[in-house]
Design a protein. Sequence first.
Length: 225
Amino acid sequence: MPARSSTAIPEIRSFSRPASARLGALDRLRIALRRIDHRRFWLLVLIGLIGAVAFGSIVQSRAVVAGFGTLRPVAIANNDLVAGQRIGPADLRWEDWPLEIAAMYPTDVEGALVRSPVAEGEPVDRLAIFDAGAAMDPDERAVTVPLPLAPPPVQTGDIVELIGLTAGFSLGDRQTIDTRSLGQGRIMAVEETGITVAVQPNQVLGIVETIAIGSIEIVMTPFRS
């Protein structure tokens, strides 16, 4: 009886990818990186670096601001402010500045009258405005009287009497002085070189002429505006 020939069964090999659970962490990372578009990958890296730098800047800025201690709002011109303009809420924005610097700027800015122009983005300096109590009526005019030798302790809002002093006639070796009342005025500002007074239009010419040829003394009255 002839012997049966046995046919060997070929070994079946699997070409399927091994399960990810069998791969190490480094291998899984390499596979994931191969699937990512290189341009997108470097873009993500760049975004991450920018975010890290921005975060660090924010933290540093907060630390710098905190180092200044107490903060106080400062009025910043929201647009160009021109002389004679009444400052309204829309003309200002407020920024927190260190107290040591902010103390040099006024807080009662809203409603004040602009004395000298302030550019947009600049803080409103005290010298750029008349004090809040120095509001002018439409029928008033502002004139600046040179500071007398011994000015009284006037302040914004005071009502004063203006006395004009001019040279009179010569009497031998003596020179007489003519005096006349130039009317009342309201103090708008007191500076090192002069005092700004709000007066009526019919007073302006007499005051200007007296300043040109003589001087003006300021007399306090018991009234305030």
